[in-house]
Structures are given as structure tokens and as C-alpha cells.
Design a protein around this ligand. Structure first.
Ligand code: G6P
Length: 368
């Protein structure tokens, strides 16, 4: 079917609002009624899996940011060393890859040249290749041993949104499946994660209602020329994606960093006009994040925080706070990225940018 914007002014906004449906679709296609991840087309067996000693995740751009979250999830569910790399670097560092490597390529288009060449290199070295792809029948899909389709539907906007969240979901489902196969995930935890994932579409709808408030904020702050995104743990990975969204479509000089690294250099850049978007959704890291927020606040930065409902302690240190619904820490990237996507969208809109087709960028990069 041909994608249409319908009532939305831009494809990007439509695709942001498509996310509950896209996530629902990916869940429906891969979860049985009994709440088990069922991957009927998967050829990877328990015996195959027993011989792997590491997982290599390779991708570019937004898909790479999904891979960063994937590393966390795989280490937790599958209990195996996981490396994540951008495809354009992976190939040129003579990576240690062999028959004992499970290589996972992530690509919306399935046509990104760097990702494709990295995949070919991994295959030459004997790795087993599994890809997470949105476009059915794309080159990456055709050249992989197994394919996990993301089922986001066509994504037209150059800035990726629903492809990212469905890539995240695919990584969770795959990690559950492989953890189960390997016996590294307890039954109780497995069920808990499945139940949390099943609640995501509804919670997403709730996060999308922040739209009006975020638009107001964007109207107020769109002309600031320096925006930092900070977070710890999985929030750091989401920070990278939020920063990429903003720079892609609004051309603002934006930068993301693991919050604990701020003090080792980046904090020198703080000025009273700087905006800091602080993600603080990880319970175990919450207090540490509050200290980081205080550090940037002390340099008079304007702080926009993203936290889980109920964590109101953060308001005292922030200029604005946006809440995502209560959820298990592990699944929060599926929700916390949404306010960042919406923020990037409205800032770019205020600045009069060409949102769906930003300058210098292409939806799919087929040169190395
Ligand atoms: C381009 C797009 C990005 C995308 C990246 C990887 O740079 O502008 O939005 O994340 O390619 O694309 P892929 O299709 O491999 O996910």
C-alpha cells in the first residue's frame, strides 16, 4: 500500500503516531496466545546456538542506536558477550569473528551499503547471520541466514521513528527467544518481560498525549543553538537517538553523552543558553542522574527531564519534566524516546525546516 500522510502535516509526525500500531503488529506476529515468542521461520536451532561464544551487532545511524539497547538486553537475557559497532568501523578493524559468532545486522531499509558489506565480511569469516530488517526482500534480508522482520510498515520520513521502536521490540523478542533456547532466562522473568511488552502499545498512546506540551516548549526554546542529551545505562542509548533526531531535522548542534562522562570534559561547554535533556528512567541509576542534573543546573543550563511517573523528586532540579508511564526499567527505551522524537519534530517545525527531507541526508545510503 502507498503510504499517505492523511491528517498529518508531515510523514514524520504520522510515523511517530503510527508507533502504537506498529508495535502491536510486531507483537502480534511474534507472540503466541500463550505469551511465548514464536519465530516460525527461524532456522537457528538450540544446537547451533550452543556453539556461539559471542554476539556481534552491527548497524548504522538510528539502527545502531537500537543495537546499543540490544547489547544491554542480550547480555541480560542471553548472558553472552555482546559487541556493538557501527558498520563503517566494524569492517576496517579486522574484527574477531568466526563460526562461533552470531552476527546481527539491523537495518530499516536493508540496503545500507556499510551494513551490507559488514554482513558479507562476517559471512566470509564464517559467522552465522541474523538480520533485523523492515523492508521485505531487501538485500540484507536476502543475504542473511535468518531474518526477523520489524513490521513497521513503510517509513517515508528520513528521520527514523517507528523503525527504531520496532527494532527495539524485535531485539527484546529475539533476546527472549534466544535466552529461552539457551536456558539463561528464568520462566518468571520471561513472563514478566512479555507482559511488560504487551502493555507498551497502550502506554505509548499515553506518551503521545504529551504532544501539546512538548509543542509549547519547542515554541519557547527552538532558537537555542546547543542541546545536550544525557542519561545512564539504557537511557544513554536513548540519549544518542534523541540527539540524532534533533540534529537531523533541526540542524541544531546537539550532542549526547553518558551522564557520568560529563565531568570528564563536556561539562566545560555548559552555558546559560544550553539546553540539557536528561533521561532519568532507570530506577537503580536515578540518584546518580539527579546528581548529574544538579551539576548542569549549577552551570545554569536549562534542564528538560524525562522520568517515570511518580518520580517527582526530579522536578525540583528541572525546568520541565515529562513523565512516561511506570514500566520495568528494561523496556523504558520504547517509551522514553517518544518525547524526544516529538521535541525534535516541533523544534524543526518552528525553525521552518523541511522535516521529511532534511538537507544533505538520504533515507537509505547505498554508498560506503
Ligand atoms: C540513513 C538514514 C538514517 C538511518 C541510517 C541507517 O543515514 O538517514 O535514518 O538510520 O541510514 O539506515 P538503515 O536503513 O540501514 O536502517
Amino acid at each position: 500500500s502507498v503510504a499517505e500522510k492523511g491528517k498529518y502535516e508531515h510523514f514524520m509526525l504520522k510515523e511517530i503516531f503510527d508507533q502504537p500500531k506498529a508495535i502491536e503488529e510486531t507483537l502480534d506476529r511474534n507472540l503466541s496466545d500463550g505469551g511465548r515468542v514464536s519465530l516460525y521461520d527461524m532456522t537457528l536451532t538450540k544446537e547451533d546456538f550452543a556453539k556461539f561464544n559471542k554476539i556481534c551487532i552491527v548497524a548504522c545511524g538510528t539502527a545502531y542506536h537500537a543495537g546499543l539497547v540490544g547489547r544491554n538486553i542480550f547480555e541480560k537475557f542471553v548472558k553472552m558477550p555482546v559487541e556493538v559497532d557501527v558498520a563503517s568501523e566494524f569492517r576496517y578493524r579486522d574484527p574477531f569473528v568466526d563460526e562461533k559468532t552470531l552476527f546481527i545486522a539491523i537495518s530499516q531499509s536493508g540496503e545500507t551499503a556499510d551494513t551490507l558489506e559488514a554482513l558479507r565480511e562476517a559471512k566470509r569469516k564464517g559467522a552465522r547471520v541474523l538480520s533485523i530488517v523492515n523492508v521485505v526482500g531487501s538485500t540484507v534480508a536476502r543475504e542473511s541466514d535468518d531474518v526477523f522482520y520489524t513490521w513497521a510498515g513503510p517509513e517515508i520520513s528520513v528521520a527514523s521513528t517507528k523503525a527504531y521502536t520496532t527494532q527495539l521490540l524485535s531485539l527484546y523478542l529475539l533476546a527472549l527467544y534466544l535466552g529461552d533456547l539457551r536456558g539463561t532466562i528464568s520462566e518468571e522473568y520471561y513472563r514478566e518481560v512479555v507482559s511488560e511488552l504487551s502493555e507498551i502499545p497502550e502506554k505509548l498512546e499515553k506518551v503521545l498525549t504529551l504532544r501539546g506540551d512538548i509543542e509549547k516548549l519547542a515554541k519557547k526554546l527552538y532558537d537555542r543553538d546547543q542541546v545536550f542529551f544525557i542519561g545512564r545505562g539504557m537511557d544513554a542509548s536513548v540519549a544518542y537517538e534523541g540527539s540524532l533526531k534533533l540534529k537531523e531535522i533541526s540542524y541544531i548542534n546537539s550532542f549526547a553523552i553518558a551522564a557520568g562522562e560529563l565531568k570528564h570534559g563536556t561539562i566545560a561547554l555548559m552555558e546559560p543558553t544550553t539546553i540539557v535533556v536528561a533521561l532519568a528512567t532507570q530506577s537503580k541509576l536515578f540518584d546518580k542522574m539527579v546528581s548529574n542534573i544538579q551539576e548542569v543546573k549549577a552551570r545554569n543550563a536549562h534542564v528538560i527531564s524525562i522520568a517515570k511517573e511518580g518520580n517527582t523528586a526530579i522536578e525540583e532540579h528541572s525546568n520541565e519534566t515529562f513523565y512516561i508511564p511506570e514500566c520495568m526499567d528494561e523496556v523504558s527505551p520504547l517509551l522514553s524516546v517518544i518525547p524526544l522524537q516529538i521535541y525534535a519534530y516541533y523544534v524543526a517545525k518552528e525553525k521552518g525546516c523541511e522535516i521529511d527531507r532534511p538537507r544533505n541526508l538520504a533515507k537509505s545510503v547505498t554508498v560506503e
